[in-house]
Design a protein around this ligand. Structure first.
Ligand SMILES: Nc1ncnc2c1ncn2[C@@H]1O[C@H](COP(=O)(O)OP(=O)(O)O)[C@@H](O)[C@H]1O
Ligand SMILES: [Mg+2]
Length: 318
């Protein structure tokens, strides 16, 4: 066992603009606002683990230096406090004067899309009331859930999942710092399971590294509860060749080996379909069969029965 007393997502959180990877269209623009000490409200849109909170904190640290804590209010909209609590907290915070020479303080509201439309209207009024002393940075997964009057008051930035080369750079950096050994296949596996989400990447790396400083492809997929794409492809090939029983048994073994749920398996099968050497038309039929199996599982139907039915669709009979 290795001594690990810090969470890697925090240990490796970038502390400056230069350390944030990817998001090239966003960083220079936000940085320019900060350097001019003149910034509109910001809306950060995008999936999890791609640098939204990190960038908001870098903005605050760059503006306020050692006084960043007093000048920054971090709130999470999905905490079960009503908008009234949010408003009162903001009011108290906005009333006290900024301790630094920055002309405004920062209010970071995470998961703003968790607020109801009514709460967002109240938030919009609050933003207007405190515009002279505070700048809001809102973050959300989907901009379609944010009311137009808020969007039009913010500079909107769309964050993207990190591309492969950026993920691999982060993998290398952590591997060096933590003295980890890993081969190319394992790096590929880490990229595969991360899906461009750096938080997920770092959590999986840390979890795997707890037991062994040599990371393996298998350990990565096990930790992520995802079968190796190659194993799923083998199962599909077996079914396609008409070897149904072997396909079924291999699938069951894969599922148990990796501790996957039936839904995990369907997702993996669906992802693997696009790489199969079969006519496009047949791929569409299979993808739709995956959708059907997923729906039935969610409705409570027996997972193994559904997986077998799904595999039957792969038997070659186009
Ligand atoms: N663009 C990035 N460059 C480098 N590390 C990142 C990046 N995005 C996320 N991370 C890592 O993932 C962790 C979580 O990122 P965070 O910014 O909190 O994600 P979110 O977009 O969900 O707010 C960070 O602490 C950092 O370790
Ligand atoms: Mg966040």
């Amino acid at each position: 066992m290795r001594a690990q007393d810090t969470i890697w997502t925090e240990k490796y959180r970038p502390q400056s603009f230069d350390e944030i990877r990817g998001q090239e269209e966003i960083i220079p623009r936000v940085r320019a606002f900060v350097e001019a000490k003149n910034m509109p409200h910001l809306l950060f849109v995008g999936p999890a683990g791609v640098g939204k909170t990190t960038l908001a904190l870098v903005v605050a640290k760059t503006l306020f230096g050692e006084h960043y804590r007093e000048n920054t209010l971090e709130l999470n909209a999905s905490d079960e406090r009503g908008i009234d609590v949010v408003r009162n907290t903001i009011k108290d915070f906005a009333r006290t004067r900024s301790m630094s020479d920055a002309p405004f303080k920062i209010i970071y509201l995470d998961e703003a899309d968790a607020l109801t439309k009514e709460a967002q209207q109240a938030l919009r009024r609050t933003m207007e009331n405190y515009t002279s002393s505070c700048r809001f940075i809102l973050s959300c997964n989907f901009s379609s859930k944010i009311i137009d009057p808020i969007q039009s008051r913010c500079a909107v930035f769309k964050f993207k999942p990190l591309p492969k080369e950026e993920i691999l750079t982060i993998v290398e950096k952590i591997a060096t710092q933590e003295n980890l050994t890993l081969d190319t296949a394992t790096k590929e596996a880490l990229f595969d399971v991360s899906r461009g989400d750096v938080r997920r990447l770092e959590n999986i790396m840390q979890s795997v590294a707890v037991t062994n400083s040599t990371l393996t492809e298998k350990a990565v997929y096990e930790m992520a509860s995802v079968a190796k794409p190659q194993e799923i492809k083998e199962v599909l090939a077996l079914a396609h060749q008409g070897n149904f029983i072997k396909a079924r048994d291999t699938l069951l073994k894969t599922q148990l080996d990796y501790g996957m749920s039936g839904l995990d398996v369907v997702k993996q099968i669906q992802a693997a379909i696009w790489d199969l050497d079969i006519p496009e038309q047949k791929k569409l039929v299979l993808v739709s069969a995956c959708g059907e199996a997923e729906f039935r599982m969610i409705e409570g139907s027996d997972e193994f029965v559904q997986l077998q039915a799904l595999l039957a669709h792969f038997m070659s009979k186009h």
